[in-house]
Design a protein around this ligand. Structure first.
Ligand code: ACK
Length: 928
């Protein structure tokens, strides 16, 4: 065996650059064993080392006379050692890594042409454990030039991900397993879920899990948590930005978690930090009274300044004064206040059991949730009343001036020259034969009125009272007048098919009767509605019906009778119990309607032993339902209140509630059938929102289904329950707010609106498309709230077309003004029903959440970038579809009349995003 050294040689490469090589070429001689060894190489953190060798190798066939001695490979060896120096080279101590062959060898011809055929070979060595190692190259008779040896190892480098840092990490030797690395939150951030990354064998970070979020007082800016500026705050840890301090609050320091209230403003214990600071209310205004022999009714207007809060209540304090106003004492317990003297929600109270011939002074104080925090004395409104003035009617003889078949004109004189000016008159009337059915009332400022909306040939009873600055007088005697016959007009021409509205107004002290004849075509349901409430917000124009909150009635029974028919219980036949409601059993049965067949009905009963408040809450639903008339709203047949049990009778819905119905028929319907159900619900909700009614508890369990699969909205009780219970919104134990169905602003600060109903509608869509699955499955309420806040939204249920999931996502926009209106939802669903091909596209995989928003129209898009003022410019210039907008340039935007450069830029940058989104949407098969 010959041992010859490798020669260190400097050559020129084909570009004439010097290359330093180690060469050996003893191809003629047999039994070669020539070694080249590296210096000691420090292992550092490596567990596995890579050796990359670049070399050239001569083809033995190209050298004559060498067969048998010439080789075309060399061997790579290594030896681990903790010692860096002084190791004598002993080949036997080395371990072979591999035999290295060339992919390409060169020939004499290549040499002549100066072509270098460079080979690169990489070998892995490991696991290595000692401090360092040597490499050795053994030549056994080849013609080699070793050009370079590069020794390296791989690591996953230090990185930032999800607000956490991850250190340099060395992968495992075993390339199939990953190293789990826990990240550390960056400064001012905290763990939401433990942040983790996995280091792969090739030094790549894989599978990011968990994350950190900026702590209270800090917000994320480019991957780090920056303190909120003065004037801003952040009250929760999370991915939200710092918010401007709410009105009447401030922060001076960087990193504020909360803003402090300005002087004179406060935050009640349960006020969320996001709420404005508020102050105690100003005193009530315009206290008036109405007195008769037995009761004294006090009424006032709410304070001009509520202090910015909704939890306004009133306290009434009574003082009894002698002839000398200075000598007053608190009224004893003899007076009764209905409903109570303290904590009144409505701006009125009835006082009973007062003494005749006495002077009472009532001090009325308004109060809200922060009144106790202010050290200022509370201002009050006071009124002194002599109980001698009860029982006087200021209205004398009432006479009928004329009558048509639907109207009666009345006028009267004041009974005696009144000592006080009459501010207005209230006319109360009802059908003589049906006193119990409903009262109506209207008001006028002059001693005459035309009462419209009456039935032909019907006797009505009227009585009138006057209001003076001190309150209402007693009612006049009752007067009976009848309307004219059908088809016959009396001395006033009224076109049939038109409604005559007469408005009386007082102008500058003299009285002017303004007669406006408005010709509205009466459609099937529109008629002139005179609300019977004593509230002046009656709706005098036909067709614009609005919902009246029964709680505005002093006497809840009056509200029930206003809006619900009293049914004689002998017309009801109860057949069986079908369920349990909140107040008692729900039964099915039949209702006999005079002159008609029996109809099937559902009967809700109020169980015995109820207290007054329960009866009122129970009947509230009827007072609400009775105001609605729509094919997708459960119809009220009537109520039984004059005998026991108290009942609410509604139309019968054969298939019961929607959630259990869908669970029972999982997978049985076509998408079009499901969309048909959703369309019905949306149409009912559109009607409710047009009426100004906010449902607050829209959920599949509160939708009923009849035998034709028609869905109707029901359950109109909740609004008051929430109103009454300040805890309900904040409960974490699944309390009274239906968290999973409720929009974030309604959960956070009770901002219920038709837009929050639209959010709930999105959840109902999800329930329907998943056949009654529980929204957010078994997640806790708290997790639902958090994940919504972080932007998580329910994924498309299995088999749910993209277009429908898009609509859901649209309903779940955080900004409530961006959510679709029910009228948009109805027309969108109608479009789908007319063009079912849109429904064919399914998400690529269940749970795939597309990341493009769905703008249905130019208007929606402009709204979303707060540029809606230019809607007309776009439409006028012919840009009516979103597709047409995507080709616009900044020049086009300027030409349609957007002159402000900032606005031009905002629109153009949004157009660029829109272009991408539309492209994506089209690719996913969604047609905008
Ligand atoms: O899911 P369900 O069968 O439908 O069980 C509940 C139960 O009474 C308690 O609310 C059913 N229910 C309520 N109102 C009606 C109605 N108008 N027609 C038929 N079933 C009704 C509801």
């Amino acid at each position: 065996v010959t041992v010859k050294p490798w020669d260190a040689i400097t050559e020129m490469d084909e570009h004439n650059r010097p290359i330093h090589t180690f060469q050996v070429c003893h191809v003629m001689e047999p039994n070669q064993n020539n070694w080249l060894r590296s210096n000691w190489i420090f292992r550092e953190a490596a567990q596995k080392v890579y050796v990359e060798m670049r070399f050239t190798l001569r083809d033995c066939n190209s050298i004559p006379w060498v067969s048998g001695t010439c080789k075309e490979t060399f061997n790579l060896f290594y030896m681990e050692s903790d010692e860096a120096h002084g190791m004598k080279f002993k080949p036997a101590q080395y371990t072979k890594i591999d035999t290295i062959a060339a992919d390409e060898s060169f020939t004499q011809m290549d040499l002549g042409d100066r072509i270098l055929k460079l080979n690169t070979e990489v070998r892995e060595v490991g696991p290595v454990n000692k401090k360092g190692f040597y490499l050795a190259f053994q030549d056994i008779g080849a013609c080699i030039a070793l050009v370079s040896v590069r020794v390296y190892y791989k690591k996953c480098p230090f990185t930032f991900r999800n607000l956490a840092t991850f250190p340099d990490t060395i992968p495992r030797v075993d390339s199939s397993s990953l190293v789990e690395v826990r990240g550390a939150c960056v400064k001012n951030a905290e763990e939401r879920d433990p942040p983790k990354l996995y280091c792969g064998a090739d030094g790549d970070w894989l599978v990011p899990l968990g994350r950190c979020v900026c702590s209270m007082g800090y917000e994320e800016v480019d991957g780090s948590c920056i303190a909120c500026r003065p004037g801003f705050y952040k009250a929760f840890a999370g991915n939200i930005k710092c918010s401007k301090c709410p009105p009447h609050s401030y922060s001076y320091d960087d990193g504020s978690q909360l803003c402090y209230c300005e002087k004179g403003y406060f935050r009640a214990e349960k006020d969320p930090p996001t709420m404005a600071c508020t102050r105690p209310p100003s005193p009530p205004r315009n206290v008036v009274f109405n007195i008769n022999e037995t009761s004294l009714f006090l009424e006032w207007s709410p304070p001009s300044d509520t202090g910015g809060r909704k939890d306004l209540t009133y306290n009434v304090l009574c003082k009894k004064c002698g002839a000398d106003q200075q000598q007053c004492e608190l009224c004893g317990g003899e007076l009764r206040f209905v409903p109570r003297p303290q904590g009144l929600i409505n701006a009125s109270v009835t006082v009973l059991d007062f003494t005749a011939h006495a002077n009472y002074t009532f001090e009325i104080e308004s109060q809200n949730g922060v009144s106790d925090m202010s050290s200022f004395p509370r201002p009050v409104a006071a009124i002194t009343i002599s109980t001698d003035q009860g029982g006087v009617s200021l209205v004398g003889m009432v006479q009928k001036d004329w009558a048509s078949q639907n109207s009666i004109a009345l006028s009267w004189q004041d009974a005696e020259p009144p000592s006080l000016p009459v501010l207005e008159y209230e006319i109360k009337y009802y059908e003589k034969e049906h006193e119990e059915l409903s009262y109506s009332s209207t008001r006028t400022k002059v001693p005459s009125v035309i009462v419209t909306g009456l039935k032909p040939s019907t006797a009505y009873m009227f009585h009138i009272r006057a209001r003076t600055p001190t309150g209402f007088s007693s009612y006049s005697h009752k007067f009976e007048f009848s309307t004219g016959d059908e088809g016959k007009f009396s001395n006033m021409a009224v076109d049939q098919g038109h409604v005559l509205v007469i408005i009386t107004a007082a102008v500058g002290g003299s009285t002017l009767l303004v007669i406006l004849t408005l010709f509205f075509l009466i459609t099937g349901r529109t008629k002139c509605i005179f609300s019977g409430s004593s509230d002046s917000s009656t709706v005098p124009f036909p067709g614009i019906k609005t919902y009246i909150d029964p709680d505005t009635y002093e006497d809840p029974t009056q509200a029930v009778h206003e809006f619900a028919k009293e049914i004689d219980p002998c017309r009801i036949r109860i057949e069986r119990v079908i369920g349990a409601g909140e107040f008692g059993e729900v039964c099915s049965g039949r209702l006999r309607i005079p002159g008609k067949r029996e109809i099937p009905v559902a009967i809700k009963t109020l169980k015995g032993g109820y207290v007054d408040r329960q009866r009122r809450d129970f009947l509230r639903e009827a007072s609400i339902m009775g105001q609605f008339d729509h094919p997708n709203i459960i119809r009220l047949e009537g109520v039984v209140t004059k005998s026991r049990p108290v009942m609410i009778v509604v139309e019968y819905m054969e298939n019961g509630s929607l959630d259990s119905f869908l669970r029972k028929h999982d997978g049985h319907f076509t998408v079009i059938q499901l969309v048909g159900m959703l369309r019905g619900i949306a149409s009912g909700m559109k009607y409710l929102s047009d009426m100004g009614y906010v449902h607050r508890d829209l959920a599949a369990r509160n939708i009923l289904v009849n035998s034709n699969l028609v869905c109707k909205v029901s359950d109109f009780g909740l609004s008051r329950v929430l109103e009454d219970d300040p805890e309900a919104a904040y409960t974490t134990t699944g309390g009274k707010i239906p968290i999973r169905w409720t929009a974030p602003e309604a959960i956070a600060y009770r901002k219920f609106s038709s837009a929050s109903d639209a959010w709930s509608y999105g959840i109902v869509m999800w329930e329907v498309m998943s056949y009654g699955e529980r929204p957010y499955w078994e997640m806790s309420n708290q997790d639902v709230i958090l994940s919504i806040e972080e932007g998580y939204r329910l994924p498309a249920p299995m088999g749910c077309p993209v277009a429908l999931h898009q609509l859901m996502l649209h309903c779940w926009q955080k900004e409530r003004n961006h959510r679709p209106k029910f009228t948009d939802i109805v027309s969108f669903l109608d479009k789908l029903i007319r063009n079912p091909s849109i429904l064919i596209t399914l998400p690529e995989s269940p749970g795939d959440v597309p990341d493009y928003p769905m703008f249905i129209s130019i208007g929606d898009w402009l709204d979303s970038i707060k540029m809606s003022q230019y809607k007309n410019n776009f439409v006028a210039a012919g840009f009516t579809t979103l597709d047409s907008v995507t080709s616009m340039t900044i020049e086009d935007v300027r030409q349609i009349g957007v002159t402000l450069i900032g606005h031009q830029r905002r629109i153009v940058s949004s157009i660029q995003t829109l272009r991408l989104q539309l492209l994506q949407a089209h690719e996913k098969g969604f047609h905008v």
